[in-house]
Design a protein around this ligand. Structure first.
Ligand code: FEO
Length: 390
């Protein structure tokens, strides 16, 4: 753990989880992650904003040995990587008052077992005085759970944002130093966690435009002393139209589908369309999610297993749909041995994607000249539509 001072009387307690490689048993963490808690000392009260993952509870508690009093524990978000050590903090400081949104209160009781009488709910834009410092709470539901709120420290104009504007990045940097690295990690984080709620995040960004913010302190990754860097990035991700980019999540068992993917990649490149294939049996799904932030088209490429798509492509279709990207077009290509319904199954898995489906291209066995001709037609259709992107 590192304890670093952001401003006099405001410390960040960060656990750098360098070796963690999976989050929620789903999300790859190539750069590890961090869990940040913030201690804000006022002239009359001391507040702790968020805690750390319960796997590292002992580390936070040891670091708090030198902190005589915590009067308020702000739980901005109940997911356990931030709230999981809250019960131990409540046990350490028997007089502590837990501050949370009304939606968070029953979740704190259910998930963390903290008694109701220890929890005081705070409304949107309600303030709590620490004496010479003031916490203002800004409800931000669905970034990415319903109970989420942000905390604005009025005097220093620091916005504590929990997951919002965060990045899964273990680093010794207190502040953003390597912008390219942080941008990629934050974009990956946005893609994996926030993109399904892009419409709501757009509204939260509009609301936050009226708040004078000098620094953003998320509960994952480094602190932003230049808030416009990450806020502008979020604005692009939620507002910009998709780019001239095709993603091809695929699996191939006996090379027929792989040959079709290779051909389509070349055909699209020849037509000045950017394209990236992802072999779903080995790919880092975080990279796939990251590219979905910008992609205009997805082409699912699959062999036929029994009568349907390869399970890795089923996963790709489900994941793509769940992340609710800005895609405009989709297609299926692949192969079959004697019969099957792979394209129909992929489309049914993606029924909530708001896309135009282009003609499928499926080969019986190995691809033939007619297959490649059909792939050229698909590449033409994609290139024509991408020229109209705006
Ligand atoms: Fe970092 Fe939604 O928890």
């Amino acid at each position: 753990m590192s304890v670093r001072t952001i401003r006099p009387g405001i410390d960040r307690f960060a656990v750098e989880d360098w070796d963690r490689r999976l989050f929620d048993e789903l999300i790859p963490l190539p750069d590890g992650t961090s869990y940040n808690a913030y201690l804000v000392r006022g002239s009359q009260r001391t507040a702790l904003i968020d805690t750390v993952d319960p796997a590292h509870a002992d580390v936070l508690l040891s670091a708090l040995d030198s902190v005589e009093r915590v009067d308020d524990l702000v739980i901005q978000h109940v997911e356990q990587d931030h709230s999981g050590t809250a019960p131990a903090v409540v046990g350490r400081y028997p007089g502590v008052r837990v501050l949370a949104s009304p939606k968070a209160k029953p979740m704190i009781i259910d998930h963390l077992g903290i008694p109701a009488e220890r929890i005081q709910t705070v409304e949107d834009r309600e303030t709590v005085s620490l004496g010479d410092r003031t916490l203002e709470f800004i409800h931000a539901p669905w970034v990415h759970w319903p109970e989420t709120m942000l905390t604005y420290l009025r005097e220093e104009k620091i916005l504590f944002t929990c997951d919002l504007f965060g990045s899964h990045l273990a680093t010794s940097d207190l502040y953003v130093e390597d912008r390219a690295r942080v941008h990629e990690a934050a974009k990956r984080y946005y893609a994996e966690i926030m993109m399904p709620f892009a419409g709501l995040i757009r509204k939260h960004l509009e609301r936050l435009a009226g708040v004078d913010v000098k620094a953003i302190a998320p509960s994952h990754g480094p602190t932003h002393e230049d808030p416009s860097f990450i806020v502008d990035a979020y604005r692009h991700w939620v507002n910009d139209p998709p780019s001239n980019l095709v993603l091809i999540p695929y699996a191939s068992m006996h090379a027929s589908t792989a040959r079709m993917v290779d051909y389509l990649v070349t055909a699209l490149g020849d037509r000045h369309v950017a394209v990236q294939p992802f072999n779903m049996t080995v790919t880092d799904i975080g990279q796939y999610a990251l590219r979905l932030v910008d992609a205009a088209t997805v082409v699912f490429a699959t062999p036929t297993v029994l009568v349907g798509p390869h399970p890795s492509v089923v996963f790709a279709a489900y994941l793509t749909t769940a992340l609710r990207p800005k895609l405009r077009y989709a297609a299926t290509i692949g192969s079959f041995g004697w019969a099957g319904k792979a394209p129909e199954t992929v489309r049914s898995l993606c029924s909530s994607l708001q896309v135009e489906w282009l003609d499928s291209v499926f080969a019986r066995g190995a691809p033939t000249p007619a297959t490649y001709q059909a792939l050229d037609a698909l590449a033409d259709a994609i290139a024509t539509r991408h020229r109209e992107l705006s």
